[in-house]
Design a protein around this ligand. Structure first.
Ligand SMILES: *Cc1c(COP(=O)(O)O)cnc(C)c1O
Length: 392
């Protein structure tokens, strides 16, 4: 199919829930994507933080093909090797006690919320189910995770929403104290708010939240759906914050492009969700887990140090361009936000860059870059050159 045919067939037959850019993608190599006509695009998006190993990475594709030929799915009524191995690696690399595997970020967060409420129910009975989340956060698109999301624009149309969420200002302990009460069981945070605009929480604030959680037996829940799996330069962002959350959700980058997610729980939480309390048919799929094992093999400490170095290089490169539309950059590792100056529109900038051959994202009031973690210096330089030519 040509780009035009793909677009018109999509518009005719797929529900129009997405505002798409007018580009069809056919294949990719490294951090470069190609449309069906062969035009190249430098990718600063990784499919929204998913394709950490880039495109066409042979060990990843080979592991998927081999596992698909062996066993594509069998359900959680039986044991399979890939998910067992992946869970062991994740626990050993993080200090977590155990894993529950699911399929998407919103679903993982649902599991994390269920775990927090059941933990509290088991110890204290009913009436202690409220979870405090942060303003400007994003936790997913299910009825419950929309309500967990601390942005009013998401609390529309789909009434009634799940009850039991209160919101506090990020980086403001007094606001958290004000939202506290006898009905609280947990605090849920993104360590770097992603969709909200790439806003890292302050270290002292996170340490204070963790302390408060310990004092009041609230669970500390970290939504690492976007920040996890090497994106910020460590396997999980919490490893840079010096805290060990009770439960951590992950998704986007876990299997390098196949749908997989999950939660990591500490010792205190390992037996909260017993048999019959939580499940998902596709969870721990062997093909996705085999892909996840290749991601784990690739994300060595050395590789993760490179992510930090690449992030610094890209941010310096952007700031050195001194473009009229861009202010300061911020972020952690290869999760980068760029401030858009007044008088400029982030969506217009994104459209212009994409038209010029550089795929970028927006988030909150500015731009967001989530390049594949394997991006090369040459590809970063090519992206910077496109920025300069399109936006000077
Ligand atoms: C993307 C994202 C989600 C939702 O993940 P889905 O896979 O789209 O359900 C939840 N939380 C955060 C922080 C995210 O970035």
């Amino acid at each position: 199919m040509t780009s035009q045919e793909i677009k018109s067939t999509t518009e005719r037959y797929i529900m129009s829930t997405y505002g798409r850019f007018p580009v069809a993608i056919d294949h990719g190599r490294g951090a470069t994507l190609y449309d069906p006509e062969g035009r190249a695009y430098i990718d600063f998006t990784s499919g929204i933080g998913v394709c950490d190993l880039g495109y066409g990475y042979a060990p990843w594709a080979d592991a998927i093909a081999a596992q698909a030929r062996k066993l594509g799915h069998v359900s959680n009524l039986f044991y399979t090797e890939p998910s067992a191995r992946l869970a062991e690696i994740l626990c050993k690399r993080t200090g977590a006690s155990c894993v529950f595997f699911a399929n998407g970020g919103g679903e993982a967060n649902e599991g994390m919320i269920k775990l927090a409420r059941k933990y509290s129910f088991d110890r204290y009975g009913q009436g202690r189910a409220t979870i405090i989340t942060l303003k400007n956060s994003f936790h997913g698109r299910t009825i419950t995770t929309l309500k967990a999301t601390g942005q009013d624009v998401f609390h529309n149309y789909f009434f009634p929403f799940t009850e039991g969420f209160r919101y506090a200002e990020a980086n403001d302990l007094a606001s958290l104290e004000a939202a506290a009460g006898d009905d609280v069981c947990a605090v849920m945070v993104e360590l770097v708010q992603g969709e909200g605009g790439v806003l890292p929480l302050e270290k002292e604030y996170v340490a204070a939240v963790a302390r408060l959680c310990r004092e009041r037996d609230w669970l500390l829940l970290a939504d690492e759906v976007q920040t996890g799996i090497g994106r910020t330069g460590t396997l999980f962002a919490f490893q840079q914050y010096g805290v060990l959350p009770d439960v951590v959700s992950f998704a986007k980058g876990i299997a390098g492009g196949l749908p997989m997610s999950g939660i990591l729980a500490n010792d205190k939480c390992r037996d909260v969700l017993g048999p019959g309390t939580h499940a998902t048919t596709f969870g721990a799929n062997p093909v996705c887990a085999a892909a996840g094992l290749v991601v784990q093999e690739t994300l060595t400490d050395d590789f993760l140090a490179q992510v930090t170095a690449k992030g610094a290089y890209l941010r310096q490169g952007i700031e050195a361009l001194d473009l009229p539309c861009f202010g300061k950059t911020r972020g952690l590792g290869l999760m980068i936000g760029i401030e858009v100056r007044e008088g400029y529109n982030k969506s217009d900038i994104a459209a212009k860059l994409i038209e010029s051959g550089l795929l970028v994202l927006t988030a909150g009031p500015g731009m967001r870059l989530l390049p594949p973690l394997v991006i090369t210096k040459e590809e970063m330089d090519a992206g910077l050159a496109i920025m300069k030519a399109a936006l000077s």
